[in-house]
Design a protein. Structure first.
Length: 119
């Protein structure tokens, strides 16, 4: 009976080491220039006549690791990103400012971000 327990524990240990070893050997990709392509359409929903037409469409290739990093680096976006209690907070983009008390508030969506697709 004790031998069976040791065999089972040994097998579990070997499987765990194998999984860890394979994970350590697999190549890890780092962001590289042009790896990501970002398209930003900016709408001003406060102006009823322009609400359904993009004020500007920007298309950029970037190696930024996050959207926040991209917004800070890309001058054409004219974004103001602050670090808040819960992470990055977009307070202005392309001249459209956000009033946290009264609105309008800046929102975004994405065709390939899992959290945007679920919402």
């Amino acid at each position: 009976m004790k031998k069976k327990v040791w065999y089972v524990l040994g097998a579990v240990l070997l499987i765990a080491l194998g999984v860890w070893g394979i994970g350590a050997l697999l190549p890890h990709q780092e962001a590289s220039a042009g790896e990501k392509s970002i398209t930003i359409d900016i709408y001003d929903k406060t102006d009823a006549q322009k609400a359904n037409k993009a004020i500007v469409t920007l298309h950029e290739d970037t190696d930024a690791k996050t959207l926040s990093e991209f917004m800070k680096e890309e001058k054409d976006v004219k974004a103001v990103v602050e670090q808040g209690e819960y992470g990055s907070l977009l307070t202005e983009i392309y001249g459209l400012k956000q009033d946290m008390e009264k609105g309008p508030w800046l929102v975004y969506d994405s065709d390939n971000n899992a959290s945007c697709l679920v919402a």
